[in-house]
Write a protein that binds this ligand. Structure first.
Ligand SMILES: C[S@@+](CC[C@H](N)C(=O)[O-])C[C@H]1O[C@@H](n2cnc3c(N)ncnc32)[C@H](O)[C@@H]1O
Length: 193
């Protein structure tokens, strides 16, 4: 029997994206890492395109390999780039933008996203969403600098105008240690004005 549990912030981010992405959409993975989220997006956008970014060459190579193994490379553009600059690659409004912050598993922790760059990237990227599109941000308070990063993510998303965006913070409050939390931003269709 398939479990209906939400399980964790990453799984929940996939559910949030799945419910809004339409065939033909452009979708963005801001931090492709080992390619799990990119593969998820590539499966979702039949007839559309995925733009996937990471500053780490190793992450780009890992993602490329994963996509090749699943025969889905043709619908994904892979860019070794800081997510601060992703807007210059985007030519149509996005149905989904996924940020999975933190560091590449198995790589030195210096490769982790930072509070300052994540804040700037999120602040810019939110304007790339099409009406009805969602941004998901998975944040890890447990690693060094992680708490400050969560704080900045919450500040920048809480400031978004409620007439134009819906913003949720989801936390698994009975999980041990420092479970990741999920912030979801949806651009409202037509706004509330
Ligand atoms: C938790 S991992 C992402 C996991 C990935 N989404 C997956 O499914 O495997 C975070 C990634 O963010 C990348 N990263 C760190 N700073 C970045 C930046 N400024 N711009 C883009 N990527 C960055 C790291 O190299 C790392 O691969």
């Amino acid at each position: 029997m398939t479990s209906t549990a939400f399980r964790n912030a990453v799984k929940l981010s996939h559910l949030c994206v799945e419910r809004v992405v339409k065939p033909g959409d452009t979708v963005i993975d801001a931090t492709c890492g080992n390619g799990h989220d990119t593969l998820f997006l590539a499966r979702l956008v039949t007839g559309g395109q995925v733009l996937a970014f990471d500053i780490s060459p190793r992450a780009i190579a890992n993602t490329r390999l994963r996509l090749e193994q699943h025969g889905l490379s043709d619908r994904v553009g892979l860019y070794e780039e800081n997510f601060r600059n992703l807007a210059s690659y985007v030519t149509s409004p996005a149905g989904a933008i996924m940020f999975n912050l933190g560091y590449l598993p198995g790589a030195p922790r210096e490769t982790a996203t930072t509070a300052e760059s994540s804040r700037e990237a999120i602040e810019k990227a939110v304007h790339l969403l099409r009406p009805g599109g969602v941004m998901t941000i998975v944040c890890y308070p447990g690693h060094e600098g992680g708490l400050e990063e969560v704080r900045q993510v919450l500040i920048v998303t809480a400031e978004l105008d409620q007439q134009d965006f819906e913003v949720l913070k989801v936390k698994f409050i009975n999980q041990a240690h420092h479970p990741p939390l999920l912030v979801v931003v949806q651009r409202l269709e037509g706004g509330l004005r």
